[in-house]
Design a protein around this ligand. Structure first.
Ligand code: SF4
Length: 471
C-alpha cells in the first residue's frame, strides 16, 4: 500500500497576517496621502542606507561574501528535508523537543498547548516575525494567555493595536509624540507626566519590560539560524531583550520557518558578517545568543522548537521563486526600494513588506491571494544589488506577474495582439490604423485602466516598413 502525500499546500486563509484587506494600489494610494509617514520613512531609510553603505564599503570581499551566502542558501534548499531531520535529531539529543507544524493553524495549536501545559498565563516574546506571520498573539489571547512583545518597536506596535511596517524598525511609521500617547494610554504603571523625549520613552519601556522579564516564566522566540550539525539555535538582536527572553524563563518555545536551517557551524561565519552590515549597518550586532537544547542548571529547563512550513514547501517547489526562501530578513531591500520608501509597509498587507514581501507573500499564500504585490515594484533592480544573499527579486517579480491572474480585458487584448503580430498583412494594417490615432491620449474602456497611470506611447510618423519600402 502506498501513501499519497499530496501537493505542497499554501498558507491557509483566515489565520495569520499574510493577506491584506485591500489591493496594493488601493492601500498605497491612502499611504501616499500621509505626509508624516512619508517623512518618517524617508528619514529612516536614508539613515539606515547611509550606515549600511559605510560598513559594507569597509569589506574588500563583500561581493565574495554575498556569493558565498547565496551558494550556501541554494545548497541548503537542495537538501532541506535531510538537514531538518538532522536538526531534529541534534536538538532532541540535547534535551529539546521538536514539533512539526504544517501551517499557521497547527503551529498556533502547538504553541498554545505548550504554554497551557506550563500553567502560566503570560509569555514574553522576542524576534518573532514567524509568530506574526501565523497570528500567534491572537491565538494566545483567545486561549486566555497574554503575549508581551519585548523588542521596543514591537512593543510600541503591540500597545498601539497596530501592525509592523518594517522588518527591522516595525514602528517606523510612528513619531515620538504618538509613542508617548500610546504608552500613556496602554502601558501599565507608566508615569502620567511622561514626555516625548526619546531617552525618557526608552526608560519607561525598560522599567515595564524589566518587571515583565523577571515575573514571566515562559518565552516565545523566533530564530535567525539553526545549525543542523549541532542543533544550535541563533538569535541576533540589538537591545538585550532577546538575551533576557532566552535565558530567564523556565520554558522557551522557538517558532522557526523551515528555511532558517544552515548545514554547519562554520556557515555562520558568512551569515554573521552579512546580516548586521546589511541590516542595521553595524560591524557586529550587539547581542548574538546561541543555545543548544537544554543545559541543566543554566537557562530554560524546557525547550521546544516548532518547525513551521505554512507554504514554504510550495515556495520550494517553484524553481524560480524558491530563492525567496534564501532571505535572512535584513531589510536592506526595503531601505533601497523607491516604492517602499513612499508607501511604507502597511500597503503590502502582509507581515513581510517591501521587495521581499512582494515575492514571498504571494508565494506563501498562492499568487491569486496576493495578485497585486508582484506589481508593487518599478523593477529598478536596487533590491537585487542591496541583497546580501543576492536574491534576484526583479526576476522573481516578473515570474510571479506571469503567474498572477490577469483581467479578462487584458487577456483579450494580449490574444488580439499575438494574433495580429502572427499575421504580417494584418500587422501592417494595424500599424497604419495606429498612425491615424496619433492624437489619442487615453485608451477607451475596458482598456482605460492601462492609461490611467501612464502616457499612451505615440506611434512614429513613419513605420519601419514604409521607410524600407521607400528605399
Ligand atoms: S531579500 Fe535580501 S535584502 Fe531583502 S530582506 Fe531578504 S536578505 Fe535582506
Amino acid at each position: 500500500m502506498s501513501t499519497f502525500l499530496g501537493m505542497p499546500a499554501t498558507a491557509p486563509r483566515g489565520v495569520g497576517h499574510l493577506r491584506g484587506d485591500e489591493s496594493f494600489p488601493d492601500a498605497a494610494r491612502k499611504a501616499l496621502g500621509n505626509e508624516q509617514l512619508r517623512r518618517n520613512l524617508a528619514h529612516a531609510t536614508t539613515t539606515i542606507r547611509g550606515k549600511s553603505g559605510a560598513v559594507v564599503a569597509e569589506l574588500p570581499d563583500w561581493q565574495e561574501l554575498r556569493s558565498a551566502g547565496s551558494a550556501l542558501k541554494a545548497a541548503t534548499m537542495a537538501r532541506l528535508p535531510e538537514l531538518l531531520e538532522q536538526l531534529e535529531e541534534k536538538v532532541t539529543a540535547a534535551g529539546g523537543v521538536v514539533h512539526w507544524a504544517a501551517d499557521a493553524t497547527e503551529a498556533n495549536r502547538i504553541v498554545t498547548g505548550l504554554v497551557r501545559a506550563t500553567g502560566h498565563r503570560r509569555v514574553i516574546k522576542v524576534k518573532s516575525m514567524a509568530t506574526q506571520e501565523i497570528g500567534l498573539n491572537e491565538a494566545l489571547e483567545e486561549a486566555g494567555i497574554a503575549p508581551v512583545e519585548t523588542d521596543l518597536a514591537e512593543l510600541i506596535v503591540q500597545l498601539g493595536h497596530d501592525k509592523p511596517s518594517h522588518i527591522l524598525v516595525p514602528a517606523i511609521h510612528r513619531n515620538r509624540t504618538e509613542i508617548r500617547d500610546i504608552f500613556l494610554r496602554e502601558m501599565p504603571g507608566v508615569d502620567p507626566a511622561l514626555t516625548d523625549d526619546p531617552a525618557t520613552l526608552a526608560a519607561a519601556a525598560r522599567r515595564y519590560l524589566r518587571e515583565t522579564f523577571l515575573s514571566t516564566k515562559v518565552a516565545v522566540s523566533g530564530a535567525n539560524f539553526a545549525v543542523a550539525e549541532t542543533g544550535t539555535l541563533v538569535v541576533l538582536e540589538s537591545e538585550g531583550n532577546g538575551r533576557m527572553c532566552l535565558t530567564l524563563p523556565d520554558t522557551l518555545i522557538t517558532v522557526m520557518g523551515i528555511e532558517k536551517v544552515v548545514p554547519t557551524w562554520r556557515d555562520l561565519e558568512v551569515f554573521l558578517q552579512l546580516l548586521p552590515r546589511a541590516s542595521t549597518g553595524e560591524r557586529m550586532n550587539p547581542y548574538t545568543s546561541m543555545w543548544t537544547g537544554v543545559t541543566p542548571g543554566d537557562g530554560p529547563q524546557e525547550f521546544h522548537l516548532v518547525l513551521l512550513d505554512n507554504g514554504r514547501t510550495a515556495v520550494l517547489a517553484d524553481e524560480v521563486g524558491r530563492q525567496a526562501l534564501h532571505c535572512i530578513r535584513c531589510s536592506a531591500c526595503l531601505n533601497v526600494c523607491p516604492v517602499y520608501e513612499r508607501t511604507g509597509g502597511h500597503a503590502y498587507g502582509s507581515v513581510y513588506p517591501g521587495p521581499i514581501g512582494a515575492v514571498l507573500s504571494p508565494q506563501l499564500t498562492g499568487v491569486a491571494d496576493n495578485a497585486s504585490l508582484p506589481y508593487a515594484s518599478s523593477l529598478c533592480g536596487a533590491c537585487f544589488d542591496a541583497c546580501p544573499v543576492k536574491i534576484d527579486i526583479p526576476s522573481v517579480l516578473v515570474h510571479l506577474r506571469n503567474e498572477a491572474p490577469h483581467p479578462r480585458a487584458e487577456r483579450i487584448a494580449m490574444a488580439a495582439a499575438a494574433y495580429t503580430m502572427d499575421h504580417p498583412a494584418l500587422y501592417a494594417r494595424a500599424q497604419h490604423a495606429a498612425r491615424l490615432s496619433r492624437h489619442v491620449k487615453r485608451l477607451p474602456p475596458p482598456l482605460n485602466g492601462w492609461t490611467a497611470g501612464r502616457d499612451l506611447p505615440q506611434p512614429p510618423p513613419e513605420t519601419f516598413r514604409d521607410w524600407w519600402a521607400g528605399r
